[in-house]
Design a protein around this ligand. Structure first.
Ligand SMILES: [Zn+2]
Length: 245
C-alpha cells in the first residue's frame, strides 16, 4: 500500500484501518474525522508522532503503533473510555505513558530501552533516575516551585472558559480576532488535566509513576523503564494527583 490518501478523513463509515509496514512518517491529518473508526493499526512504520486530534475519535477502541519511532504520546491518549487497547511495543524512545492508560490493556515491551542514547531535541522531565520526553507541542514544564502560570496560559484558559458555552467550536473568533495557530490550539488543547480536566495549552505539570512500582508491574516482567505520566494543570493538582485512587 502506498501513502495513505489524505481524503481518508471523508470515510465517515470506516471502522478498521490497517496501514502497517508502510514506512509512513506521519498519519493523515484528517484521520480524526473518521468518526466511526474503532481499530487503527499502524505497526512497523516510521511514525514519530501520534496526532493529538486522534484522542477525539469517539469510537476508537484499539490503537496499535508498535515498532515505530515514538518518543511521546498525546497528553489525552486514553481519556476516552472507549479506547481500551493501546499497543506501543518496540518504540525504544517512548518512556512516558499518559496516566489515563493505567488500568487499560497496554503493550509497551521494548519501550524506554535504557541503552539507547537519544539525540532528539525534545523537552524532558526527570524524576529520580527516570526521564521522559514530553510531546513536542508542550512549551514549558511546571514544577512545585512554579505556582504562577505564564500569561499566555492564563489568557488561553480564560478565553476557553469564557467562550466555550456560546460557541463550542470557537468559530466566531476566526479569523480576525485570533491568529490561526492560537485558534486551533483553543479548539484542540494540548490535553486536559489528568486530575481536574482543566484544558492546558502551553504548560503542563508532569508527575511520574514508574510502571515497575505499580501493581501492573507483574504484567510487564517488572523490568520496564517506562513510567505513567500524570499531566496536571497546576501545582495544586500536581500535589493531589494519585494514580491509584
Ligand atoms: Zn487540574
Amino acid at each position: 500500500m502506498g501513502p495513505v490518501p489524505c481524503e481518508v478523513g471523508d470515510l465517515k463509515e470506516l471502522q478498521t484501518l490497517d496501514v502497517s509496514t508502510n514506512r509512513l512518517l506521519s498519519l493523515p491529518e484528517r484521520l480524526h474525522l473518521c468518526l466511526s473508526l474503532q481499530i487503527l493499526t499502524a505497526d512497523r512504520n516510521r511514525l514519530w508522532n501520534v496526532p493529538r486530534h486522534l484522542c477525539q475519535l469517539p469510537s476508537l477502541n484499539e490503537l496499535s503503533m508498535a515498532g515505530n519511532r515514538l518518543a511521546f504520546l498525546p497528553l489525552d491518549l486514553g481519556r476516552s473510555r472507549e479506547l481500551q487497547y493501546v499497543y506501543m511495543d518496540n518504540n525504544i524512545n517512548l518512556k512516558g505513558l499518559p496516566s489515563y492508560l493505567y488500568n487499560k490493556v497496554i503493550g509497551c515491551n521494548g519501550c524506554g530501552d535504557p541503552i539507547q542514547v537519544s539525540e532528539m531535541k525534545l523537552l524532558t522531565f526527570s524524576s529520580g533516575q527516570l526521564t521522559v520526553f514530553l510531546p513536542a507541542e508542550v512549551k514549558a514544564i511546571g514544577t512545585e516551585r512554579d505556582p504562577v502560570l505564564p500569561l499566555q496560559e492564563l489568557a488561553m484558559r480564560h478565553l476557553y472558559h469564557a467562550c466555550r458555552h456560546s460557541d463550542p467550536d470557537f468559530n466566531f473568533l476566526s479569523p480576525v480576532s485570533l491568529p490561526r495557530s492560537l485558534l486551533e490550539l483553543l479548539q484542540c488543547p494540548l490535553g486536559h488535566c489528568h486530575r481536574c480536566s482543566e484544558p492546558m495549552f502551553t504548560i503542563v505539570y508532569p508527575k511520574l509513576f514508574p510502571l515497575r512500582e505499580t501493581p501492573m508491574a507483574g504484567l510487564h516482567q517488572g523490568t520496564t523503564a517506562v513510567s505513567f505520566v500524570a499531566y496536571c494543570c497546576s501545582t495544586q493538582c500536581l500535589r493531589t494527583f494519585d494514580l491509584l485512587s
